[in-house]
Unconditional design. Sequence first.
Length: 89
Amino acid sequence: MKPSQDELNQAIQAAEKMRASDDDPQCLSKSLIYLYNRVEVLEKVFAAANQYMRFGQEEHEHAVLLQAIEAARRSEDQASQHKDHELGL
């Protein structure tokens, strides 16, 4: 079942508090924060792909889609390379 935006915001805030207090023995809060951030980035890819397909695959929409994909790649690379303290989590 999909949480409401309010419920999701509450869960992210609780996860951030858990990480800040180093109270995350099963890495649930770390995982939730990572997945929440990943979904945000991938939603931009989805939106760009949707626009690209909707508007007849025009050059501008293609460029926006490529930029969104590259941003998602960079985000994943950064998440894979940094330790928690470097990410501010």
